[in-house]
Design a binder for this molecule. Structure first.
Ligand code: SF4
Ligand code: MG
Length: 335
């Protein structure tokens, strides 16, 4: 059997307004030719600076926006082609946890209603059934069943995010997409929520696509990491290998820029020198070349392909992961 989730050449361009001359209308290249897969029970983290397209990838996976190109397959089935019933069945399998537990929960509903609502979209529940389901879900996320009567405003930030997770769990999903799911929380609460997600993964075999700008969070929970820069994946590697020996110069800079981890403190905000260029007018060739200390002429003209390196990871860099023909070309030009 293949991977649970397979993403092929996913692309999203947003047109910036409309003009008379359609071909001159600029587009935001939010996501460009992104491919990856996720195995059952695995956590793939997508990391990058803000504006790199990682949230757009999340929305594309959830079909909250339609792709400009490419495909998303669940168990080998293209979700774009799903008709009504199959689409409903698929929606049960894939759930999302949002960054902001304040705005993503209906403030007028009790915790009980919030977390049982996804199930009630599929089947009618009696009062008793709803009660039992809510109590069970609250226990799963480490809350007291009595809290089911509270409104979101009567809960702490961490408890609200636990509710968001309980809601996502209610349909027994195979995959949860989490977009910056701990970024809005106090650092002390972040670790609790991450450990809850790890526990749930172990107990229920859930796969995660976990989107974060925070390397400390990523290192804590990822099995594999995809690093995005300006809409493209520039490196994809097992978590340990990535942190021990980054291949792509951008990954290296991100890791080098992250503060030394303090065990009581998970928030590690990386800043790499130089501005992230605009996705409206991305640099030619390798988009990282204006910030890259290794850049050569080829980097300004040719987009580096994402290729397998000797140790089995993927990287897109002319210097660090040369494609065979380019390597041959370089060798030739040196002799
Ligand atoms: Fe740097 Fe060139 Fe590699 Fe891009 S392709 S990361 S500019 S060396
Ligand atoms: Mg975002």
């Amino acid at each position: 059997s293949g991977p649970l989730l397979k993403v092929e050449n996913l692309t999203k361009h947003y047109p910036l307004g409309t003009g008379f001359l359609k071909k001159t209308v600029p587009v935001i290249r939010a996501v460009e030719d992104v491919s990856f897969s996720v195995e059952a029970g695995e956590t793939l983290c997508i990391v990058g600076e803000s504006g790199c397209g990682k949230s757009t990838v999340a929305r594309l996976l959830m079909r909250l926006v339609e792709p400009t190109g490419g495909r998303v397959l669940i168990d080998g089935t293209d979700i774009a082609g799903l008709k009504k019933d199959a689409l409903r069945a698929w929606r049960r399998r894939m759930q999302m946890v949002f960054q902001d537990p304040y705005s993503s929960l209906n403030p007028r509903l009790t915790a009980e209603r919030i977390i049982t609502e996804p199930v009630e979209n599929f089947e009618r529940l009696s009062r008793k059934q709803r009660h039992a389901l809510a109590a069970d879900l609250l226990r799963k996320v480490g809350m007291w069943p009595e809290m089911m009567h509270r409104l979101p405003s009567e809960l702490s930030g961490g408890q609200r995010q636990r509710l968001g997770i309980a809601r996502a769990l209610s349909l027994n999903p195979s995959l949860i997409i989490a977009d910056e799911a701990v970024s809005a929380l106090d650092v002390s609460v972040q670790a609790q929520i991450l450990n809850l997600l790890l526990d749930l993964q172990q107990q229920m075999g859930i796969a995660f696509v976990f989107i974060s700008h925070d390397l400390g969070v990523v290192e804590h929970i990822a099995h594999r990491v995809a690093v995005m820069y300006l809409g493209r994946i520039v490196e994809l590697a097992p978590c340990e290998a990535l942190f021990a020996k980054p291949v792509h110069p951008y990954t290296e800079a991100l890791i080098a820029a992250a503060p030394v981890p303090d065990p009581t403190h998970l928030r590690l905000e990386a800043t790499v020198e130089g501005e992230v260029p605009s996705p409206i007018n991305p640099p030619t060739g390798c988009a990282f070349h204006p910030r890259c200390p290794l850049a050569v002429e080829l980097c300004r003209t040719d987009v580096p392909p994402l290729v397998s390196t000797a140790d089995g990871r993927l990287a897109a860099c002319h210097m660090r992961a040369p494609a065979t023909d380019i390597a041959a070309h370089l060798e030739h030009s040196l002799t």
